[in-house]
Structures are given as C-alpha cells and as structure tokens.
Design a protein around this ligand. Structure first.
Ligand SMILES: CC(C)(COP(=O)(O)OP(=O)(O)OC[C@H]1O[C@@H](n2cnc3c(N)ncnc32)[C@H](O)[C@@H]1OP(=O)(O)O)[C@@H](O)C(=O)NCCC(=O)NCCS
Length: 121
C-alpha cells in the first residue's frame, strides 16, 4: 500500500498485490485502492502513488499490472491511459450502486509500455 500525505493527513492511496499464490500467476499483479481525498484532487497526488505502486510491482519481477474501473469515471480512465494501460474487455453490470448498474472496464499495463511522469524507473 502506498500513501501520499498533504497537510499531515493521508490524502491519496494505491496498492498492488498478487492475484494468486500459484507460480503460474506470479508474473502479474492487480492495482486497487486508488483514491484521493476530494479536497486534494488534481494536484498530482494519485499519479504519484499509482506510479509508485506500479513501479514497485515491476521491480519485484512482475511484467503486467491489471485493474478494473467502474464507469463512468473519466478521471481514473484518464490517469490509467496516460500511464499506458489499455482496455481489454468490459464486465457488464459489474457493480450495483445507488440503484444503478455500472460496467467494469478491464485494463492492463505491460511493463515495456509504461510511461511514468513522476516516478523514475
Ligand atoms: C481518480 C482519482 C484517484 C484521481 O486522483 P487525483 O489525485 O485527482 O489525480 P491526479 O491529480 O494525480 O491526476 C492524474 C491524472 O488523472 C487524470 N485526471 C484526474 N482528474 C481528472 C478529471 N477530473 N478529468 C479528467 N482527467 C482527470 C489526468 O490524466 C491526470 O493527469 P494530468 O493532471 O497530467 O492531466 C480521483 O479522482 C479519485 O479518488 N476518484 C474516486 C475514486 C476512484 O474513482 N478511484 C479509481 C478507482 S479504479
């Protein structure tokens, strides 16, 4: 789990982890827990923690990071696409929130296509 602090409080988070304990899945991780407190948004805090989390995955032998975004969510899609994530599918009605179904866009990032703005490789 990675965190970014502002004014002494936790303002942004991101985490990466394996999806399975089996060796056949040790080449990939998922990123989850991506969130920035509303009053600290658009200050680059999420990009920093997301890039740090992905870099951590890549430096631990992983060559692919996957995620799912419930849509609509232009901020998250914009962030992930700018790093190099591409869409590879959609889970219809992935979640039911506040009386509505939302699709889940599946995205994947391969190490050689990652572009980092804040965290150096
Ligand atoms: C998505 C989220 C984490 C972005 O956090 P943030 O700290 O505001 O993001 P940053 O300031 O680091 O911006 C990084 C990039 O995200 C994209 N982005 C962020 N806010 C955006 C917005 N309102 N509209 C379009 N793109 C946006 C941009 O590509 C931006 O890069 P740029 O500033 O170089 O243009 C934040 O909006 C959030 O917490 N949303 C609710 C939780 C959520 O949806 N999490 C993702 C689950 S998959």
């Amino acid at each position: 789990m990675f965190g970014n602090f502002a004014e002494g409080e936790l303002a942004a988070t991101a985490a990466v982890g394996y999806t399975s304990k089996f060796p056949s899945s040790r080449h990939k991780m998922v990123i989850w827990g991506v969130f920035t407190s509303p009053r600290y948004r658009r200050q680059g805090l999420s990009r920093q923690v997301v890039e740090s989390a992905i870099q951590h995955a890549f430096s631990n032998g992983v060559n692919r990071v996957n995620l799912q975004v419930y849509v609509p969510n232009e901020p998250a899609l914009g962030l992930y696409k700018s790093i190099g994530f591409v869409e590879y599918g959609v889970e219809p009605s992935a979640v039911y929130l506040d009386g509505q179904y939302h699709d889940g866009v599946l995205m994947t990032l391969v190490k050689k296509q990652a572009t980092f703005k804040k965290v150096r490789c």
